[in-house]
Write a protein that binds this ligand. Sequence first.
Ligand code: SF4
Length: 363
Amino acid sequence: MRLVDDFRNTELAKGLIDSIRRISTKHVRLMEFCGGHTVAIMKHGIRQLLPPTIEMLSGPGCPVCVTDNSDLDKAIALARLPEVTLTTFGDMLKVPGSRSSLQQARAEGADVRIVYSTLDALEIARQNPSRKVVFLGVGFETTAPTVAASVLQSEKEGIGNYYILSMHKLCPPVIRAILDSGEVRVSGLICPGHVSTVVGSEAWSFIAHEYCIPCVVSGFEPVDILQTIQMLVSQLEKGESRVEIAYRRGVTAQGNERALEIMYQVFEPCPARWRGMGTVPGSGLGLRPAYARFNAEAAFEFDPGPTVEPKGCICGEVLRAVKTPRDCKLFRTVCTPANPVGPCMVSSEGSCAAYYLYGAADD
Ligand code: SF4
């Protein structure tokens, strides 16, 4: 199968659904870690096609959603400094912090600019030597290598007005934290496709070996996801726990070694705060001492103020898969994509936005 149409082929999908229904006898709970998978599962109505023995859970794999309010407040306070130009991907703009958002700060005069890559941010720094240009680094292992590359390029060119506010996060440590918490029972894990292109499928082997939970790396089309579910159910029915790849057109066991090399040349693991989960050791990326001069948190003085969580919002519990968006009293009434209360409704990969746009009446 090469063309994307093959991965949306109705006959193939029907065959996989039949196979899943045939082999599934035990009640299992499958968690998709990645927000992209949550959206695809909701959009294609996959949950409704599965037998009642299979329960789907949505995990915390949306980098915008898991950014803690205290970190958002730092970005907003930094953006309000008169000498700073804050550059960010567009999906962070509307996310509400404790008292404001980057969009609101911009409306009030802060120099906040949307960029499509770190190259754009570097170019703004090159073109505006009198400004202090900060890139807001939010994302998982998929984006961190490109941010690291921009640091190396900035150093090579001697661009002295470029900084990073690093809120990057690493996925394997937070999956371990969720499993260790014992709050939610997970029988099988749909591993993130994009993150796995960088970290490789081997990054999940600890889940299969230490927790005896089968793992399958999945692509994002309906046939990819159904094949992944079929592979997970097959392992579970046989009592196996291995790491498999259902996304071979993008993922290898080792991942992208060059990207990882660049990422770890510039960054090192550090504790990170996750919305709803608190501080998870080793799950963030901080600049190494050799690149400390790029650290925006150390380079500027600013006061983010006290952290306040959005009233009534249960994003933290939704991200831990303890609750679903339907359990939130504000869902669809007060909180909508046009008037989002929490980040899970703002982000295009957020569970609440996916439930709002694609959820069936009983979801
Ligand atoms: S529906 Fe809105 S308020 Fe409720 S958890 Fe989701 S984002 Fe938060």
